[in-house]
Every structure is written in C-alpha cells, then in structure tokens.
Write a protein that binds this ligand. Structure first.
Ligand code: FES
Length: 102
C-alpha cells in the first residue's frame, strides 16, 4: 500500500492510496488535474510529467532510457522530473510527494 500526495499547479493537494499499477494510473483514478496520460502509459506522450519531491526522488527508482529520451522533449524538466506512468505503485513509494507539471 502506498499513500501519495499529489500537488497540482493550482496548489490543490490530493492524497491518494493504491497498491499496484502506475503512479499515472493512481493520479487518473483520483482525478488529479494535469495528469492526462494520453498514451495510456507507454511513455510516449509526456502528459504525465511530474516532479518528485527531492527527498523522495530515490524512492521512485531509476529512469529508463525511454523515459530519459522522452523527457528531453518536455518543458520544465528538472533533476526531479519523472514520467509518472513509469513509476510503479508499491510499498517503496509510500509517503512520497509529487508535483504535477502540466
Ligand atoms: S502516460 Fe504517456 S508518457 Fe506517461
């Protein structure tokens, strides 16, 4: 079980809990504004771009090559950027805070 805090661009805080699937899917299931997931989670659209809180970044695991390539085309990329569809919801990410970019 993971509890994740999403912060939208208009500073809405949404706390979501999930056990499996992707972080993008969790956001969509909780109607988090700004997470569109247009490609269905295959890492090709960039509409699930988030910034992971710096203290939590390592919990989200390693970026894949696909993800690194895709982020090169995104705006507002930081050292804490991730595609939320590439992050698995599991116990490891419990407690993380994620800011929505779009
Ligand atoms: S949902 Fe398309 S890149 Fe994540």
């Amino acid at each position: 079980m993971a509890k994740v805090t999403f912060i939208t661009k208009d500073n809405q805080e949404i706390i979501a809990e999930g056990e499996s699937g992707s972080l993008m899917g969790l956001a969509k299931a909780h109607d988090v504004n700004g997470i569109l997931g247009d490609c269905g989670g295959v890492g090709s659209c960039g509409t699930c771009h988030v910034h992971i809180a710096s203290d939590d970044f390592s919990k989200a695991g390693e970026l894949t090559e696909l993800e690194k390539d895709m982020l090169e085309f995104e705006e507002h990329v930081t050292n804490y950027s991730r595609l939320s569809c590439q992050i698995e919801v599991n116990d490891v990410i419990d407690g993380i805070t994620v800011s929505v970019v779009n």
